[in-house]
Design a protein around this ligand. Structure first.
Ligand code: ZN
Length: 459
């Protein structure tokens, strides 16, 4: 048997792993690469023949785990795509949104290219390509062992990261020999709102584990909630707005849940939240339709009569979005993108960054080179939508809202194995993965690898 690491190796994006049992080929995740040179990397031919893959398991629906599925189907994959029902519903929205972005970015590029006489581009994939993905998707529950084909069984358990996220257990038999693989997916932290805690797995021969926070521990979640309350109260007292840049999936639903809870606990008064993201709204509706995936606290809150303690205003069209520019105080505006690189958040920054009454609250990681990072790093002047804007608003960076387990929790997850597994450390920046390897070595002494992109192991 062999395992090959095609993406998400020594980097956090583009997760894609291939198990070859000799008679079957199984893919786990098929994510989009994001970051430097992403366009080129996502266009590279697959390092395998998509027509030979029998099954693709998706651990959850973040773009860095599912973003290249339409390309896989385009290039001949006709197998089953297996994931949880909630992840499948979210994937549909995420993939159509991604295709739309690919189409409109290419159109914009080609218009310029025509004028300068350079070669035109094709989009990475289109909405029509996504149409062909959907019939291949099979929805499965957590917890039951299923037979995929002769010699291969699998089970999803809750990874506690976002709605529908899963850790995959995979048993592969080749002749008389059976080996077990576990793919952690993105592991959540215990305090994650809405979803259940990650489920531990107790045995495996081979473990592929994420290491996003392999070398760090989070600031406390409760501390960050307290800071959020203070930021909102003070901003409203000053007569300004609270602007929260946030990606449409995961963090945003967590925030809505937290705000609701804070109002119910009388820590905040009844507030107006403007949620300026059509994709985010669609995903929020999917969350609401999958109450069965909620933890007990979320079920209880969801089922009380006053379940919507906050007033959430969804904006659909651009006009609705523009109306928000006229609101000068006591509004919480949540919009994408989380790193302020595109989307409607830019308009809200343009109208609030220069106002000393307003606040910008960052709840997620800001990568180097992004507008979000410039603001977090204390820039006094930034360019937003072609205009220079002075930064006078209060800037808050809340570190406790990450949906990933931190180093302590990852180690705790590994500690549940009864026999030493052989470990492949993936889904982390190179340094985080290597640092995590050292810590695993010191604490457990298990055999570990930090695979490079394209590296294959004979097992
Ligand atoms: Zn994720």
């Amino acid at each position: 048997m062999k395992i090959k690491f095609l993406g998400g190796a020594r980097t956090v994006t583009g997760s894609c792993f291939l198990v070859n049992t000799g008679s079957h080929r199984i893919l786990v995740d098929c994510g989009m690469y994001q970051g430097l040179d992403a366009d080129k990397i996502n266009l590279k031919p697959f390092d395998f023949n998509p027509t030979e893959i029998e099954c693709l398991f998706l651990t959850h629906s973040h773009l860095d785990h599912i973003g290249l599925v339409p390309r896989l189907v385009n290039e001949g994959f006709r197998g089953k795509i297996i994931t949880t029902a909630a992840a499948a519903d979210i994937a549909e929205l995420i993939l159509y949104d991604s295709a739309h972005i690919q189409e409109s970015d290419t159109e914009w590029y080609n218009r310029k290219a025509m004028r300068t006489g350079v070669e035109l581009r094709e989009p990475l994939y289109t909405r029509k390509d996504v149409d062909r993905v959907l019939p291949l998707i099979h929805r499965k529950h957590y917890g039951s062992i299923e037979e995929l084909c002769d010699g291969i069984r699998y089970r999803f358990v809750d990874a506690g990261h976002i709605l529908g996220s899963a850790t995959l257990e995979l048993w592969c038999r080749n002749g008389a020999e059976e080996k077990k693989f576990v793919f952690s997916g993105d592991i959540g932290k215990k305090e994650n709102p809405i979803v259940n805690n990650p489920v531990f797995v107790e045995e495996t021969d081979y473990l592929t584990i994420e290491s996003t926070y392999g070398n760090r521990n989070h600031k406390g979640f409760n501390e960050s909630v307290e800071e959020l309350v203070t930021a909102i109260r003070e901003t409203f007292r000053r007569g300004g707005n609270v602007i929260i840049p946030s990606f449409a999936l995961g963090r945003t639903q967590d925030l809505l849940f937290i705000l609701n809870k804070l109002v119910k606990e009388d820590k905040l008064f009844r507030i107006n939240v403007y949620f300026d993201s059509p994709l985010g709204e669609g995903i929020t509706r999917i969350y609401e339709a999958h109450e069965d995936y909620f933890d007990e606290e979320a079920k209880a809150l969801f089922n009380t009569e006053s379940r919507d303690a906050i007033r959430i205003h969804f904006t659909s069209g651009i006009e609705d979005s523009m109306k928000l520019n006229r609101i000068k105080k006591e509004a919480i505006i949540i919009a994408s993108s989380g790193m302020c690189e595109g989307g409607r958040i830019k308009h809200h920054l343009k109208h609030n960054l220069w106002r000393k009454e307003s606040s910008i609250v960052f709840v997620g990681y800001q990568a180097a080179g992004t507008l979000g990072r410039q603001i977090v790093d204390g820039a006094r002047m930034v360019e937003v939508l072609g205009e220079n804007i002075v930064v006078r608003a209060r800037i808050h960076t809340l570190g406790g809202f990450s949906a990933h387990a931190d180093q302590t929790e990852l180690l705790n997850w590994i500690a549940q194995f009864k026999k030493p597994p052989e470990i492949f450390i993936v889904h982390g920046e190179e340094k985080a993965s290597y640092d995590f390897q050292k810590v695993i070595d010191a604490r457990f002494g298990y055999k570990t690898h930090v695979p490079a992109r394209g590296e294959e192991f004979d097992l």
